[in-house]
Design a binder for this molecule. Structure first.
Ligand code: GLY
Length: 325
């Protein structure tokens, strides 16, 4: 949405543009005056094709639950993306192992972890939610469940990811590069035309992790949480830190207490860094959406961006960060 349209849409012409400092970025303007919007789709990082896919589905009155699943599948399929699904970076033993979760407006959820050779873990997670008495399946059990339900096995280790892994084997240093190897997840939150919320999150996890390592993304409350009465939150970055603080659940609970999505992300980040004095060594980022379509985001290091699709416009915004590095 153009700034002028944004002002018009939110009915703020009477306030006068002079109230909004000219130097404010788009995201700052939204924080300054707030925004109510529906439908809306938020996506971590610059995953513009996934955001567009989900946003256009929402414009066509598709449910938030279907939109988040179809949206994140775009990046699961994208072999150029080395942090999600097909083409994802392998673990240190050369295996691509995937984690994903999904949560709908009725409070139900499903997830898979340590899943191999299946391109669309988010759809397996949805199947777990809808067709089993369970909420989470892992490893071989998740794989067998997927294959028994018609998902086709596929080798997900791309030639490029394999080459990078072989180069890594030469030194085996494990210090993920912030915003590159230390960024990973596509997390998506959608508010549909009926006003219902859903979220999804899918990742190949940290590059060159230990075999068997599972991150925050499939852990409901850590990488993803949605409460249709309040809002939703997703997290990206170093999963171990996010899991220790159950950050997405915390953000939603803060919104329940009346905090804005922005305040909630910042309070949750303060909680997280207060528990680890080494917070400058890793990246964590949060993205939140409330029932009114208001947005919040916060990260440790500069460099985290997010997509927002609303009013049929698909745009990338820079998140506020704790460190100004
Ligand atoms: N945030 C995703 C992971 O740590 O695996």
């Amino acid at each position: 949405m153009k700034r002028r349209n944004f002002i018009r849409k939110t009915g703020l012409t009477g306030l006068g543009l002079s109230m909004i400092p000219a130097s404010y970025s788009r995201s700052s303007i939204e924080e300054f005056i707030g925004t109510e919007m529906k439908p809306v789709c938020l996506t971590t990082w610059n995953f513009h094709q996934a955001s567009k896919k989900a946003g256009e589905l929402l414009d066509n009155k598709i449910s938030a639950l279907d939109a988040v699943e179809q949206g994140v599948r775009v990046e699961e399929k994208n072999i150029q993306n080395h942090t999600v699904g097909n083409g994802g970076a392998p673990d240190r033993d050369g295996f691509v192992t995937l984690d994903a979760s999904i949560m709908g407006p009725d409070g139900d959820c499903g997830s898979v972890a340590f899943l191999q050779d299946i391109e669309h873990p988010v759809s397996v997670a949805r199947k777990v939610m809808e067709s089993t008495p369970h909420k989470m399946l892992v490893g071989k059990g998740a794989y067998n469940f997927a294959v028994n339900n018609g998902f086709k096995p596929k080798d997900l280790l791309s030639a490029e990811s394999k080459k990078k892994w072989k180069n890594w084997l030469a030194h085996k240093n494990y210090k993920p590069i912030i915003n590159i190897e230390n960024h990973d997840t596509i997390g998506m939150l959608c508010l549909d035309q009926k006003g219902d919320l859903a979220g999804a999150c899918t990742t190949s996890g940290l590059a060159y992790k230990m075999h068997g390592r599972v991150g925050d993304s499939p852990i409901i409350g850590s990488g993803l949480f949605v409460d249709n009465e309040v809002g939703g939150a997703v997290a990206t970055g170093l999963g171990e830190e996010i899991m220790k603080n159950v950050s997405s659940f915390l953000i939603v609970e803060l919104m329940r207490q009346g905090k804005s999505p922005q305040e909630s992300c910042e309070i949750a980040m303060n909680r997280l860094i207060s528990k680890n004095p080494n917070y400058k060594d890793f990246q964590v980022a949060f993205l939140a959406l409330n029932k009114k379509g208001e947005v919040g985001s916060f990260c440790i290091h500069q460099g985290f961006t997010y997509m927002k699709y609303g009013n049929s416009v698909n745009e990338n915004f820079t998140s506020k960060s704790l460190l100004k590095n």
